[in-house]
Design a protein around this ligand. Sequence first.
Ligand code: MV4
Length: 522
Amino acid sequence: MPREHERGTRACIMFKKILVANRGEIAVRVIRACREMGILSAAVFSDVDRAALHVLMADEAYSIGAAAAAESYLNINKILQVAKRCGADAIHPGYGFLSENATFAQACAGAGIKFIGPSAVSMEMMGSKTRARQEMEKAGVPFVPGTSRALESVQQARNVAAEIGYPVMLKAAAGGGGKGMRLVDSAQELQRSLEGAQSEAQRAFGDGEVYLEKAIPNPRHIEMQVLADEHGNTVYLGERECSIQRRHQKVLEEAPSPLVDPEMRRCMGEVAVQVAKAADYCNAGTVEFLVDAERNFYFLEMNTRLQVEHPVTELITGLDLVHLQIRIAAGEKLPFRQEDVPIRGHAIECRIYAEDPDNNFFPSAGTIETLLTPAGPGIRLDNGVYAGWTVPIDYDPLLAKLIGYGQDRQQAVSRLARALPEYFVAGIKTNLGLFRRILADEDFRSGKIDTGYLERLLKVETSSEGDDKKRTVNIAAIAAAVFTLLDSTSKTAGNGTASNQEGATSPTTSSWKRAARTEALM
Ligand code: MV4
């Protein structure tokens, strides 16, 4: 029998079973929310994920095909077939995979299964950057000067660029994540760059549409979490600072942003709500902004999914975003108003990836021999793996997210710095060492970060290395580029492959490692 929750005059019927159409830590995160809410969870798994943590944790699990994402986690028919067979009344898509696929959202609706996310119409609007710009222009949202339609000729591009001034940025309408993007410094470069951007966009997205924007030098990437119910209520839940990225992959995120004060937060939040309303948006979403050196902010794009970095927002607001997503999808009204959303304390998330920092952050698949995880005051670990599990090469290599929180930024930093040496992973390479470096860095500690920060930090070290090392790094870079290209054509995720390590390069040697060495000497 369905359980009813009274909300004002409406009676909402809560789901009985949710199919989780994802894997790894985010599938675990959603399964936990289901269990807390008394909802059954059904996992799906590919051939290489038979023994994955999300499969072990769910109430039920179903095989959906071969390792290749296109055969399994991106296979709409297969997933819907399983959902119907097991009697799921809703599907949570997590992030990546089918989470921003309008066709999938539509197919769920057609099958009478609730898609936990926005409508296919909202998704489609935000899926095209030019469409989104046109809509935001109508709504009066601030965005970077440029064109909101496809460039039709080099001459047109020249005219617009001359008007707004160089440098300009060429971007793919279907893009995101930097694919098909070109920085252009002068009129002479424009033709070559336009042709390059168009063919790259065509190859990556099957859509060569490219538009032009004024380039913001060394911007910050700050995004605003929004939440909207099906009754017209929309709120913002504060911003996340996401400037620490490598090759368009986020590495470390925090909330609130060290740059944003309450006044700026209110302005940005209100603009984000305006964006959501213009898109007739429902459920959890994120509005991305570029912020320039004068703290002006510009709408960039909207992500129509729950994001990897949602925990930092949860920690500073005290809200559970996955619970809220589920309640909203079940038709409930938002249980609070904007004035009731507190922003307190500070949270910082480290994305722990199976990557080799000494090999240009190339994914490091293999069996986890040992896994010791940190805990204690102010530490949250959203983990997707266990000791004995073999990390497959087929997907994004995110292992876990380590989040530190405290009353203020300094406490969050010191708790994270305390937790990192407690973390020990053997059998595969990880990027743990990178976080020790970031947390010890003077610029990071004083909040001086922009989208060029990580590249600057990583450069300091590689420049002093020998020729052999450089050759290896070059070969690794080529391999990584091939991997990225292969990966992007299957469009598995906007949240992917990031970064790095556990090595001789890190300033602090793990105490676990020291213990192991001491033991080896005895
Ligand atoms: C920009 C920009 C500067 N000016 N647009 C990169 C990915 C895509 N989502 C937007 N990106 C950028 N757009 C203008 N007009 C700089 C970037 C950018 C960037 C943005 C966010 C996070 C990291 C970045 C790294 C390099 C460039």
